[in-house]
Every structure is written in C-alpha cells, then in structure tokens.
Design a protein around this ligand. Structure first.
Ligand code: 4AD
Ligand code: MG
Length: 460
C-alpha cells in the first residue's frame, strides 16, 4: 500500500507493509545500516528509513544517497524508539535520480530567503516553503468552504478586460499586435486593429463584473489572479497576485465589515486547526508571537474606526513618520502599522475615507467629503482587505465618474445596473498573499507565492 510520509508517521500504520516515495533530506551511516530521512511534501516532518546493509543495492545505491535524491522504498512500518513514533524498515529501495552533493543547492546549511528566491524551482523542498504552500492550500480551501457554506456562488470573472476598475492606471496591456509594426492612423497607434478591436488589459480586480452577478444572484465571490503594473518594490506588493472578492446585494457597509471580520476569523481558526505542525514550525522559526496573536485575534473584536479619527490619532501620536499625515491624504503603510501595532494592537477596520482618494464606484456619504470605503489593517502587513459599499444611485455615480474624468458611456453596462432594479450592495477584495503572509509571519510577499512576479522579475 502506498502511504504518504504523513500517514506513515501515524502510530496506527505500525505493522503495515508499505511503499513510500519522496526525496532524501539526509543520510547517516552506522556500522550495519544507514538512516535515510525522507520527505514527500505531505508534512513538515521526515520519515526515518532504516536501510540495512543486507539490501542488494546497499553499496551501489544507498551509499550514494544524499540530499535531493528521489526514491521509492518498500518495507514495514515499525515503532520507533527515537523522537518519531514510527520508522520504515526498508526491504527494497529504488533510486529514481541522484543529486550531486557538489552542485545541489539545498545542502544542509540554512539559506537566506533571498537566496532561495533564485532557486524558486527547488525551494518547495525546504521546510519553510513546503510549510508555506501547505498553509496556502489550507487557506484556499477554507475560503471556498466559508463562502460555499454561507450561500455564496463562485463566479469566474474575466482576466482580460477593457475597463480600469481601480482607476489607478497601473494595468498591463494585452495585445496581439507586433510591436515592431504597429498599425497607425494619423501617427497614433490604431488599437481598433488590435485583437479585440480596442485597448485591453489584464484585470486589476474582478469587482465590476462581480457586481453584475451580485445584482442578479445575491451573494457571489471571485477567486482569481489579478495584475498590477505598479513599480512598487516592497515586501507587500506583487505584479501578479490572487484576490478573493465577495460581492453582496442588499449589503451596506456595516454588513460588509461584519462579513470581513467573520471571514478572516474563520480562516485563522481553520489554519490553526488543520496546519498545527506547520504553524508550530512558523511560530518557532519565523515569528514567536504568531500562534498567540492569531488566537487573540480570533477571540477579540476588530477595532472599527473612521478615517477622520485615525488621522487625529496619528497627528497626536507624536511619531515622526516619513510621510506626514493630514486629513485628505492616503495613509501609508507606516501609518497603518502604527495604528494596528502600536496604538490598538489589534486588527483595525478603517472606514469613511476622503472621496478624493478613492475610486468612482464607492458610495458617497451625506457629508459630501467621504465615501463608504473600508480597509482592514492587520499588524505587520498593514492593509489586507480593501472594500466598500458601492454607489447604487445612478445620478451620483455619473457625477463621480465625471469628477474622475471617466466617460460613463464606456461603463454603460455598469451604469445600467443602476438604471434597472438598483440595490444597495457592497463587497471587498482580500489579497491572498497578504493573508498567507500574515498567517505564516513571512516577512516578504515574494516568499508566499509559488513564482513571484515583481518589477524586473518573471523567472520560472
Ligand atoms: O484595495 P484594492 O486595490 O481593492 C480592490 O481592488 C477592490 N476592487 C476590491 C473590491 O472591493 N472588490 O485591493 C484589494 C486587496 C488589498 O487590500 C491587498 O490585500 C491586495 O488586494 N493587493 C495586493 N496584494 C499584493 N500585491 C499588490 N500589488 C496588491 N494590490 C492589492
Ligand atoms: Mg486598497
């Protein structure tokens, strides 16, 4: 019977004849046998294999095994006297591929995360990245479970789009035209001759299309790749990342906040329950306060604070920020972190932001100065969720588009949703990688995605 390392480590497997397949982490020889540690990615721990020198290929194969070699091993699971509950007594060991210890990069010494980024094709074989990928998987499962159990429909919104949702202008162009021979009309590139007959881009958010479906089906969510051509070389920005965007008809801002809080707490609880071993690893090696912090966050209520009050707190703080704060400016990561880490020591939901710094689609408050936007901020990462109640009043929406220099005609279908059976609705976007960063304590967002895409970097 084939068992994963995780299953084979379970005391219940003792006495079974099994086959294990994976990669060697280490080999140690004693007089009559070798200890070979195997990992197959199913869990943080390795399985200890005892390879006796009576194996026919002991001298030729077993003695050549080193870190990185791939093997299939048959044998019996025994109770172990050591730290681990079980071990495998090998009766057959097949080598699929050796790894030259002179050149295999992942030798026993610890490598920096920066160095490991250069070996993104091998880093999932390390304890840290194996753990990150298992936690990331658990988070994705938990997200789907949460929404499915709450009656949301999973919607796939397009990746290629002609509309700029966030209005930030940081979009990647999609074209099938030959850059060496662009068709021109009056000197200008003629995008009417491009594949779609107009300019198209990779999406920065599926929100506008998600609104179509919320305004028909009630509660929906997207979970897909998102692209931003911002030239931000920070530990929290990627050019390609995954976003989860729930969108709900008949929701106002408070409902949106309630949902976001319940949602994050559910994900944290699932990870603590399902990824105990990996989380203990991150708690030991990456951030010693991780488990305690997550448990505290699950137990307490998030702080909810209007932007205006946040600005007052920041001004009164006496901190010397790199970017000065005043009402009307966007908060920088240093301000967000001051609020969550120093002032409140808790996740904070900031809401009612100045309308001048937020996109056209957010609901305008009566004060004429703010919109019903919300950002969820968490310690160390800062903004993890951005969302809002949407402007569902046709006239106000068109006014806002005008303010921001957008042509309502180009968003004709979006405005029609307000013309026919408009409803209050709201939603938010959660950056999957920021969530994985927060849950694992990993300092750099490039280390929580399989193949990071950042300015100047699209390897692998
Ligand atoms: O705040 P953002 O820009 O919001 C939107 O795109 C809305 N349309 C969402 C909605 O209301 N449906 O992005 C949402 C989240 C951020 O809070 C952050 O977690 C993540 O997406 N994010 C990034 N993650 C990694 N790299 C980047 N460059 C990111 N930009 C945003
Ligand atoms: Mg945002």
């Amino acid at each position: 019977m084939d068992l994963s390392v995780k299953e084979a480590r379970d005391p219940g497997s003792v006495g079974n004849e099994v086959r294990i397949q994976g990669w060697v982490r280490t080999r140690r020889d004693s007089k009559h046998f070798s200890f070979v540690e195997i990992n197959d990615g199913s869990c943080q721990s390795n399985l200890q294999v005892i390879a006796d020198n009576s194996l026919p290929n002991y001298e030729n194969d077993v003695k050549s095994l080193g870190a990185g070699a791939s093997v299939s091993i048959r044998g019996e699971i025994k109770e172990s006297g050591g730290k681990q509950a079980t071990e495998l007594l090998a009766s057959e060991l097949i080598v699929h591929g050796l790894a030259d210890p002179q050149t295999y990069p992942l030798q026993k010494k610890r490598h920096s995360f920066e160095k490991l980024r250069e070996w993104a094709h091998l880093r999932p074989r390390t304890n840290t990245f194996g753990g990150v990928m298992r936690v990331r998987n658990c988070i994705s499962r938990s997200i789907h479970n949460f929404f499915q159990e709450s009656g949301f429909l999973y919607i796939n919104t397009p990746i290629i789009t002609a509309s700029d949702c966030e209005g930030a202008g940081a979009m990647f162009r999609v074209t099938s035209m030959n850059p060496e021979q662009l068709p021109r009309t009056d000197g200008k590139v003629d995008y009417a001759q491009d594949f779609f007959g107009k300019s198209t881009y990779l999406t920065v958010s599926g929100q506008l299309e998600a609104e179509i479906f919320a305004c028909a089906l009630g509660k929906v969510y997207t979970f897909g790749p998102t692209f931003r051509a911002e030239n931000s070389n920070t530990s929290r920005h990627l050019a390609e990342f995954w976003m989860i965007e729930p969108e709900m008809a008949f929701y106002e801002l408070t409902d949106n906040m309630d949902l976001a809080e319940r949602f994050l707490k559910r994900v944290f609880s699932d990870v603590l329950q399902d990824c105990e071993e990996d989380m203990a690893f991150f708690n030991q090696w990456v951030d010693k306060t991780l488990l305690e912090t997550l448990k505290e966050i699950i137990a307490a209520e998030f702080v909810r604070l209007p932007y205006t009050e946040a600005v007052e707190i920041l001004i009164k703080s006496g901190e010397s920020f790199e970017y000065p704060v005043e009402w009307g400016t966007d908060l920088q990561s240093e301000h967000e972190r001051y609020l969550t880490e120093q002032h409140f020591n808790s996740p904070v939901i900031l809401y009612d932001y100045p309308r001048s710094i937020k996109p056209f689609y957010m609901y305008c408050n009566e004060d004429g100065k703010t919109v019903r936007a919300m950002d969820v901020l968490v310690p160390k990462v800062g903004e993890i969720i951005g969302g809002s109640q949407r402007e569902h009043r046709l006239d106000v929406l068109k006014g806002r588009m005008g303010e921001q220099g957008l042509d309502p005609a180009e968003y004709w279908w979006y405005t029609q949703l307000r013309e026919y059976g408009t409803v209050p609705h709201a939603g938010f976007g959660l950056g999957l990688e920021r969530l994985v960063q927060f849950v694992t304590g990993m300092g750099n967002i490039r280390d929580v995605i399989p193949c990071p895409r950042t300015p100047g970097n699209a390897d692998f």
